[in-house]
Design a binder for this molecule. Structure first.
Ligand SMILES: Nc1nc2c(ncn2[C@@H]2O[C@H](COP(=O)(O)OP(=O)(O)OP(=O)(O)O)[C@@H](O)[C@H]2O)c(=O)[nH]1
Ligand SMILES: [Mg+2]
Length: 261
């Protein structure tokens, strides 16, 4: 039995009023990209930003503080002191974001691979879904400037994840996402085990597992122009193993041995 999801629902508006959104942005050495990203997000009404910085050696944390002064009440900064990690940073940021008076909680990368202009469509789609994925792999979605090797890796990774976990989403590894507040709050944060990028698969799995409606909205993903990639061997290994851990939990749940989810 596939993990339930609602397929690829079309964007739907929020009846009555514009939703209040917060965007969690994990950063590690993004000083060249962060100001431009935040400025473009600030152009959207009702949008706040929470930067989660992992003591970036290039001073991104300080730049984030300056942005918080420039956009009071709309930009916040979380300086992490624990071990560095994409997944842990997102988790800490999402948890903090839930304390804000918002209707939806989003996350996106700082390197401008995710277009801030795609945000309104993603947030709008959360009017009719519990979680929305900014997706490269639904009709209208695109990837720009990725070498063939990288394209293949991403495609194969998604096939692998879908096969092992039975998730229905086309783009399980996109870091551009949005949850309705209640849907995100229902995820048991304390049980999340991923440190690196497999956090994305784990959160999607846990959300789907709760029976939440998941939609995908097409995005154009553009390869970063500034700064460096942080992919490590440990993070890659974790990405290969995580789908099996999730699948095992699914089977255990079915046999009612021990439901972790
Ligand atoms: N806080 C925090 N952020 C991180 C960490 N690693 C990556 N990030 C951020 O997470 C986002 C995605 O990381 P990227 O390095 O762009 O990963 P990627 O898109 O797979 O790789 P690229 O092709 O280089 O863009 C970016 O905003 C990074 O700055 C980390 O350990 N801690
Ligand atoms: Mg990137």
């Amino acid at each position: 039995m596939p993990v339930p999801d609602a397929g690829h629902a079309p964007p739907a508006g929020w009846p009555g009023r514009a939703p209040r959104a917060i965007v969690v942005v994990p950063t590690y050495n993004e000083r060249q990209n962060l100001p431009g990203l935040v400025e473009r997000l600030m152009a959207h009404e009702g949008v706040r930003v929470l930067v989660v910085d992992d003591r970036s050696p290039d001073g991104t944390g300080q730049i984030a503080e300056e942005l918080a002064v420039r956009f009071p009440g709309r930009v916040g900064v979380l300086h992490r002191v624990e071990a560095r990690g994409y997944g842990r940073s997102c988790l800490d940021g999402l948890r903090r974001a839930l304390a804000e008076p918002v209707d939806v909680v989003c996350q996106m990368d700082a390197d401008l691979s995710h277009d801030p202009d795609d945000l309104p469509a993603i947030v709008a789609a959360a009017g009719a879904a519990d979680m929305v994925i900014g997706s490269r792999y639904v009709a209208g979605g695109r990837v720009v400037n990725w070498p063939l090797r990288r394209r293949l890796l991403s495609r194969v990774a998604n096939m692998y994840i879908r096969l092992v976990t039975r998730l229905g989403a086309r783009d399980c590894t996109s870091g551009y996402r949005c949850w309705r507040r209640e849907a995100l709050a229902a995820v048991p944060f304390d049980e999340v085990f991923s440190d690196g990028y497999s956090f994305l698969v784990e959160m999607l799995f846990r959300t789907a597992r709760l029976g939440q409606r998941i939609a995908e909205v097409p995005i154009t993903f553009v390869e970063r122009r500034e700064g460096e990639s942080k992919l490590s061997a440990a993070v890659l290994v974790e990405s290969v193993i995580t789908p099996w851990r999730l699948a095992a939990a699914r089977h255990a749940g079915r046999r009612r041995v021990r439901a972790n989810f």
